[in-house]
Design a protein around this ligand. Structure first.
Ligand code: DC
Length: 229
């Protein structure tokens, strides 16, 4: 896919993991923009795979059925933090992958080892020589444990639901909270690459902080980590 993001002149890799709705995407994109780095949203890749499975009528709770079809879609992901592209078989799915149907199904698809193995290889290919902020659940623990900076973001469930509901144009707060907690349970409880605090990760609870404060903190940690890249 054409990607207008120029290659940064640093090998720095910043891994940002954490729970659903903790501010990972806004923080990761903000940090990448401030530092002139590329950006990879690995959650979007799992969402794209899920969108395709749903379109094909695959039962996403049947791990064997998902595993049997997961090599079929071509998923392309961009690395521009200003407008991160995500395409499935040439179709722009940036909008539909954020819908309720995908929200409810994605943790099931992301728990399938064959899906994870396939996307892991693709993620490592994109990270390549570095100069990138990568967000997900297992970046610091599995995808790129050698990252110079690892951040683990969390926030109170209430704060996360309020932010997500506002982002989604006033979605029901209680339902959003339940949906986030359900995803956390599956993401943390799965056998392959569960959500964990990676070795050496800095844990940041974003509940009492504004987005700008969190970005400032991560940028200063990244500046300090730059010497290790
Ligand atoms: O960050 P997100 O909400 O877009 O992630 C969507 C789903 O994908 C969520 O259930 C966690 C899963 N995921 C994962 O298992 N590993 C990643 N590296 C990124 C996301």
């Amino acid at each position: 896919m054409p990607d207008t993001t120029s290659a940064p002149d640093t090998a720095l890799v910043v891994a940002i993991d954490g729970t659903s709705g903790s501010g990972k995407s806004s923080t990761s994109r903000g940090v990448a923009e401030r530092l002139g780095l590329r950006y990879l949203d690995t959650g979007a890749m799992f969402r794209a795979m899920t969108w395709w499975m749903l379109r094909q009528g695959v039962d996403v709770t049947d791990a064997d059925a998902v595993a049997a079809r997961c090599e079929e879609p071509e998923i392309l992901v961009g690395t521009d933090p200003v407008s991160p592209a995500i395409l499935v078989d040439g179709v722009d799915v940036a909008m539909p992958i954020r819908g309720d149907e995908v929200n409810a199904a994605v943790s099931h698809v992301a728990a399938v080892p064959e899906v994870r193995a396939l996307l892991l290889e693709q993620q490592r290919g994109v990270i390549g020589g570095g100069g990138i902020v990568v967000e997900g659940r297992d970046i610091g623990s599995v995808v790129w444990p050698q990252a110079e900076l690892k951040i683990y973001l969390t926030a109170d469930a209430g704060a996360r639901a309020a932010r997500r509901a506002a982002e989604e144009g006033g979605a029901d707060h209680a339902l959003t909270r339940e949906s986030l907690l359900a995803r956390d349970r599956i993401d943390s409880g799965r056998t392959t690459a569960p959500l964990v605090l990676a070795d050496g990760a800095v844990h940041v609870d974003t509940t009492p902080h504004t987005l700008d404060e969190v970005i400032d903190l991560v940028v200063s940690l990244a500046d300090a980590a730059e010497g290790r890249a």
